[in-house]
Design a protein around this ligand. Structure first.
Ligand code: SF4
Ligand code: SF4
Length: 494
């Protein structure tokens, strides 16, 4: 068996969580992660399902600049020093604030271990305001979007009040993570959240068959999910994101069906986010060997289950969007939100929903590679303008003429030219919303667990928990290492 090391990094021992060196090894056409703990022996896991695809994905690595006002210093080394520490390479794109560890379900796959602790973790409204403010204080790019999470955030009756606090602090996009039970049962509570300024739900949605919910969530839930979506429609709440925990042998045959369901309900649903099971929290008890779904496996599930309508090659790594951020930043002169995560963290694509609810992949409307190249060259050209006034006047005009004709050339469907150009020129949330009017995003984020943990990924993370002790902690680091300590140190305060 031929094998060769293609990258070295650091990981965790799955038994004692000690940091240990790790190698990414090309073997059997795949990428594996191999490591040894002096106390617990050798460990090996699949890291990426196809070696050639891994190399293509890695070509999109495009780092951010971190933040100017880190909360901690590099001392013991990543991932112990969160944070954000002065070595972190990305700013916060999405903040997360856990408002409770209580839950009305006992899911065997919960990465947050919700409902299993005897201690209730429930920060006061005043503490939550401080945690939100901490996200807004990031420099030079404050966090504009956050999610209330948990546990199940709708266990708190004062959640609308907490949403109002987020609005007051100037967040542009506020989401609530939910299993959907309360919003299915209590439309007045749902209305109160919308009236307070909540933009969207991140709705746990594992499939279209109750057998799946019995296995993953312990009870039948499909009716509740459908009613939750219906209730959103009744009160005019759009932008719902379906969040699918993808588990081998349980719901990995549902991918195509869920995308079809989302397309048919695209007046309400704007995104489906698939999350292959990460073996952390309660799921750490599940056997990893043979049960890992990698991002490469996921994109092939999509191709196979959509009769090749959405091809695996249509998915691009998240940092490909850095071309867009860099262009907008160079054009406006204002620091832009940057999706500078590691290329192995996530992929995405868009489908455009037609009037009859069929769909067309965006890759068949826009020449994506050419489009990214134009953005990259455009940003470089703008940056090279050496005087600010030149950049603001002649530079912009010059880039406009060339840029407009080239960009239009890469967008084949005239209906989307204006929308996409507007997005490029302003980079605003309004322009993004307009693009999303008829678009459905399909994404996959492969959260890490101690088996496939890679510090080179986590130090580029853009999804950060804001914690009561004043820290910002990257998602995968929080769930693999820090959650228990944070929750223990901050019991119920209300
Ligand atoms: S994950 Fe980021 S904040 Fe945490 S220790 Fe690593 S670099 Fe620092
Ligand atoms: S949450 Fe995990 S998988 Fe997602 S960007 Fe952060 S480190 Fe990567």
């Amino acid at each position: 068996m031929k094998s060769r090391v293609i990258r070295t990094t650091e990981s965790l021992c799955p038994r004692c969580l000690k940091k240990i060196p790790a190698e990414l090894v090309e073997e059997d056409g795949k990428i594996k992660i191999k490591k040894t703990c002096n106390d617990h022996g050798n460990f090996e896991d699949i890291y990426w399902g196809n070696a050639e695809h891994y190399k293509w994905v890695m070509g999109f690595q495009n780092d951010g600049n971190g933040i100017e006002n880190p909360g901690t210093k590099r001392d013991k080394g990543c991932p112990y020093d969160c944070g954000l520490c002065n070595g972190h390479k990305s700013h916060t794109v999405l903040g997360i604030v856990d408002v409770t560890n209580r839950c009305n379900l006992r899911c065997p796959v919960c990465f947050a271990n919700a409902g299993s602790s005897k201690e209730i973790y429930e920060p006061s409204a005043e503490k939550i305001e401080k945690m939100l403010k901490n996200l807004r204080d990031n420099k030079p790019v404050p966090a504009y979007a956050f999610q209330f999470s948990g546990g199940e955030p709708t266990m708190r009756d004062d959640l609308p009040e907490l949403v109002r606090i987020g609005r007051k602090l100037g967040f542009l996009y506020i989401m609530v993570d939910t299993n959907g039970i309360r919003i299915a049962n209590d439309i007045n509570y749902l209305k109160a959240l919308k009236d307070a300024g909540m933009d969207s739900f991140y709705l746990q949605f594992d499939g279209l068959d109750d057998g799946i919910y019995r296995k993953l969530r312990g009870v039948d839930l499909l009716d509740k999910k459908i009613t939750a979506i219906e209730n959103c429609r009744r009160i005019g709440l759009k932008n719902v994101v379906l969040v699918v925990t993808l588990v081998k042998g349980i719901n990995d045959n549902q991918v195509g069906g869920i995308i079809k369901f989302a397309a048919e309900n695209s007046d309400i649903i704007k995104c489906v986010n698939f999350q292959p099971l990460s073996f952390a929290g309660k799921a750490s008890k599940i056997e990893v060997k043979g049960n890992r779904i990698t991002t490469y496996d996921f994109i092939n599930l999509v191709e196979n289950q959509t009769r090749s309508m959405i091809k695996a090659k249509y998915f691009y790594p998240v940092p490909s969007m850095m071309h867009l951020s860099n262009f907008v930043e160079a054009y406006t002169g204002i620091p832009a939100v940057k999706m500078s995560v590691h290329p192995c963290c996530g992929v995405g694509t868009y489908i455009i929903i037609n009037d009859d609810k069929t769909y067309t992949p965006i890759n068949e409307i826009v020449e994506v590679d050419r489009f990214f190249r134009i953005l990259k060259e455009g940003a470089e050209e703008l940056r090279n303008e050496n005087s600010i006034s030149k950049r603001l006047n002649a530079g912009k005009l010059k880039i406009n003429a060339k840029f407009l004709s080239e960009t239009i050339g890469s967008i084949h469907n005239p209906k989307y030219r204006n929308t996409i150009l507007q997005l490029l020129k302003t980079g605003t949330y309004d322009a993004t919303a307009s693009f999303h009017e008829n678009a459905l995003m399909i994404g996959c984020m492969h959260f890490m667990d101690p088996w496939n943990f890679d510090t080179q990924r986590v130090e580029r993370c853009t999804i950060h928990y804001s914690t009561p002790d004043g820290r910002l902690i990257p998602f995968c680091s929080y769930n693999a290492l820090h959650r228990e300590g944070v929750e223990r140190g901050s019991k119920k305060e209300r």
